[in-house]
Design a protein around this ligand. Structure first.
Ligand code: C2O
Ligand code: CU
Length: 539
């Protein structure tokens, strides 16, 4: 860590609270702030004039022999990445996107636990990128093609050769067929691009989609389904006046990388300010934050104002499946890559409107019809037990720093995990089926969503940490743990690591041996060295 980082870090201690440190205050950070003249003023667009789009379901194109057992036939899908045009709002000219099957979000997969599938991901993108590639970033050098892609199923317990290793990218005209065993509990996973050094650009172009895994336990809960189960895929973008996506450049010649992307508009399933007609009954909402870098503080309210009182809802699941019991709450913090499974009851709002909003912006409107609706679902007292993993079972405990190395102007040059660059020797080598504790020491000013591939984990705690105290005394914790939200007590695959905290997770490395990655899910950080390979070694 440089002196500048440290100075910024110490300066910020005075005023920073966990909440203030979350980079979710949209307006403040919007990319439009710097050169708003050339941006579309999205906050002034008419609200709630476009219906909420629902992504299509992915359809199998036949059967193919399973790579795990060639005597067995498994469903085979082919999904092509293509450039296409999409209307993000009635009054915005069509926008060029890249999407799986030519849509953004891509088609939703519905898989069942224990029922493997094969997906051929085909790169049919044009030869030219929509955004400026930074050839100074590792893995994106000028000798590599600008348009490259590789698909990762986020949250999937996937064998290494199908996990979408960032260097396994392929160019237009090529494809990769991946095998997803789906040997894991019901959960909302998502697939997205992961190409080395350009993930942020491929993602901002639109390459992501939902992948639901269902199981018998879920069937037994009688949860709202069909039209009563809504995917809400949230991401932010800024636009140019001609409707095209705006992605900023640094102003440094030959090195366009910027350290964060915050769009001025929040889209749900690809629309700005959509509305959706609902019945006065309970709905299951499957939320995914597929933004490059924005954390959202989400709530529901009966009025289109960010200051109106919030309506309570229940969270029933986190990234990797159901919580032990439904948790009643008013506010949901959702970081990049995180998902939440919610039950929202519209029955008390017949004939009215309900809004989804952040703490600073309106997001969408639900129009609740006044007709009586049948609803056979009642919230169970308990869901799936999430037994806490005992710390005593951990065989290795690692301390891993998150640090920001800045230039003399205080601008980020690079952010590193444990002080190591991507191409340095692998340092995290857990043994298959062993349990480890990973402590993330955040030495930066921002919250970072940290994600490990292949595994699910539990958060142990988040405790305050003071760098100056640590340097003097080597004392790690300067206070008691802050309370985890109910959703953070379930199975996770992405964890928010707040500034000046140590966030500890406990992980059992179950699944497959092989090479995977762990990284920050702020994609600008991930593309600039905030990603490390890790190897699960056979027992
Ligand atoms: Cu959501 Cu490494 O990815
Ligand atoms: Cu980060």
């Amino acid at each position: 860590m440089t002196l500048t980082t440290r100075r910024r870090f110490l300066q910020n201690m005075a005023w920073m609270t966990t909440a203030a440190a979350l980079p979710s205050e949209h307006a403040k950070h919007a990319t439009g702030a710097r050169d708003s003249a050339k941006l579309l003023e999205t906050s002034g667009l008419p609200r709630f004039v476009d219906p909420l789009p629902i992504p299509a379901l992915a359809k199998a194109a036949g059967l193919r022999p399973s790579p795990a057992d060639p005597s067995r036939q498994v469903p085979y899908y082919r999904v092509a990445m293509r450039q296409f045009q999409m209307k993000v709002h009635r009054d915005v000219p069509p926008t060029t996107f890249w999407g799986y099957d030519g849509s953004c979000p891509g088609p939703t997969f519905e898989a069942r636990k224990g029922k493997p599938i094969l997906v051929e991901w085909a790169n049919e993108l044009p030869q030219q990128h929509l955004f400026a590639v930074d050839h100074t970033l590792h893995g994106a050098e000028a000798d590599k093609p600008d348009v490259r892609s590789v698909v990762h199923l986020h949250g999937g317990r996937t064998p290494p050769e199908s996990d979408g290793y960032p260097e396994d990218w392929f160019v237009p005209g090529k494809s990769a067929t991946y095998f997803y065993p789906n040997q894991q509990d019901a959960a909302a996973l998502f697939y997205h691009d992961h190409a080395m050094g350009i993930t942020r650009l491929n993602a901002v172009a639109g390459l992501s989609g939902l992948f639901l895994i269902r199981d018998e336990f879920e069937d037994g809960l009688n949860l709202p389904k069909g039209a009563y189960e809504l995917p809400l895929i949230i991401f932010d973008r800024s636009f140019q006046p001609d409707g095209q996506i705006y992605y900023p450049v640094s102003g440094k010649t030959g090195a366009p990388w910027v350290s964060e992307y915050y769009g001025s508009a929040i889209l749900v399933n690809g629309k700005i300010f959509p509305f959706h007609e609902v019945e006065p009954r309970k709905y299951r909402l499957r939320l995914l934050n597929s933004s490059n870098g924005t954390f959202y503080k989400l709530s529901f309210s009966p009025e289109p104002s960010v200051l109106s009182p919030a309506i309570a809802f229940h969270q029933i699941g986190s990234e990797q499946g159901f919580l032990t019991a439904p948790a009643r709450m008013n506010l949901l913090i959702l970081g990049p890559g995180e998902r939440a499974d919610l039950i929202l009851d519209f029955s008390g709002h017949a004939g009215e409107e309900v809004y989804l909003r952040t703490n600073v912006a309106m997001v969408m409107q639900f129009r609740v019809s006044s007709k009586k609706a049948a609803d056979s679902f009642s919230l169970p007292a308990t869901l799936r037990p999430v037994p806490r993993i005992q710390e005593s079972g951990a065989v290795v405990s690692r301390q891993l720093t998150l640090a920001d190395y800045q230039n003399r102007l205080g601008r980020s040059n690079v952010m590193l995990l444990n002080g190591a660059h991507w191409n340095m020797p692998v340092t995290e080598k857990p043994v298959l089926n062993s349990t480890e504790i990973w402590s993330f020491l955040n030495l930066t000013d921002d919250s970072h969503p940290i994600h490990l591939h292949m595994v699910r984990f539990q958060i142990l705690d988040r405790r305050p940490f003071d760098l100056s105290v640590y340097q003097l005394t080597k004392k790690l914790f300067t206070g008691p743990a802050t309370e985890l939200s109910p959703g953070e007590l379930g199975w996770k695959d992405t964890v928010r690591v707040d500034p000046m905290t140590i966030t500890r997770i406990i992980v059992k490395f179950e699944g497959f041996a092989g090479k995977y990655v762990w990284h920050c899910h702020m994609l600008e950080h991930e593309d600039n060295e905030m990603m490390r390979p890790y190897v699960i070694t056979p027992a």
